[in-house]
Design a binder for this molecule. Structure first.
Ligand SMILES: CC(C)(COP(=O)(O)OP(=O)(O)OC[C@H]1O[C@@H](n2cnc3c(N)ncnc32)[C@H](O)[C@@H]1OP(=O)(O)O)[C@@H](O)C(=O)NCCC(=O)NCCS
Length: 176
């Protein structure tokens, strides 16, 4: 199956968020690689590393036990991606990761839709909190998360790809 990742005019009115299932592994791969290529500093992985993953690796990543993946689509065009997973050492908190909106679709609320998809999934699964790491200086992402109800915790860690940069932890507690 092929997916159009082009950047033709698109409207928020036609944008929908769709949760991915294991058979969508190639779509997840394509959008994830597009995100890593377009925004190399925003993620804790690299295009070079993930281009080397084989089909088995992508399929393994799509197993339901490894959490949620969702794409935003404007018609047939994938315009955004997000994931949510459960790190073992975070006391049941869901971590939102792989947040990306294609440049042509930004500033229309697509990012906010993707955040809400992870929050809805985490709440339905009974998790107490959603957290995420944002690279210091990624003001656009930080504003999106703040508007979506996340606050800074003060916890930081070095960026895995660049020890000169720090990532900051933001959290959004969920109603029980
Ligand atoms: C960060 C990112 C996901 C934001 O996505 P987005 O879809 O543009 O986010 P939103 O549309 O929800 O909000 C962005 C801006 O558009 C504005 N906006 C939202 N809906 C709007 C609408 N309907 N009309 C006009 N403006 C709108 C928001 O107010 C916001 O403005 P601000 O940044 O000045 O506060 C996107 O820029 C991106 O993919 N960046 C590269 C990767 C990245 O940094 N990922 C995050 C890793 S932690």
């Amino acid at each position: 199956m092929t997916y159009d990742l082009g950047n033709e005019e698109m409207s928020i009115r036609t944008t929908e968020v769709r949760r991915l299932s294991p058979e969508d592994w190639a779509l997840f791969r394509d959008v994830r690689l597009e995100a890593l290529a377009e925004s190399p500093d925003a993620f804790s992985s690299t295009l070079e590393r993930e281009q080397a993953y084989d089909e088995e690796h992508w399929r393994d990543w799509m197993r339901p036990e490894r959490g949620l993946k969702a794409v935003a689509r404007a018609g047939e065009t994938a315009v955004g991606l997000v994931g949510g997973w459960l790190p073992e050492d975070r006391g049941g908190a869901v971590e939102l990761y792989s947040m990306w909106v294609s440049p042509a679709a930004r500033e229309r609320g697509v990012g906010a839709l993707l955040v809400e998809e992870v929050v809805a999934w985490a709440a339905a699964e009974g998790h107490p909190v959603v957290e995420l790491w944002v690279v210091d200086g990624n003001d656009q992402a930080e504003r999106l998360y703040a508007r979506s109800g996340f606050t800074m915790t003060g916890e930081t860690q070095p960026h895995p790809n660049d020890p000169g940069l720090r990532e900051r932890l933001m959290i959004r507690p969920l109603d029980s």
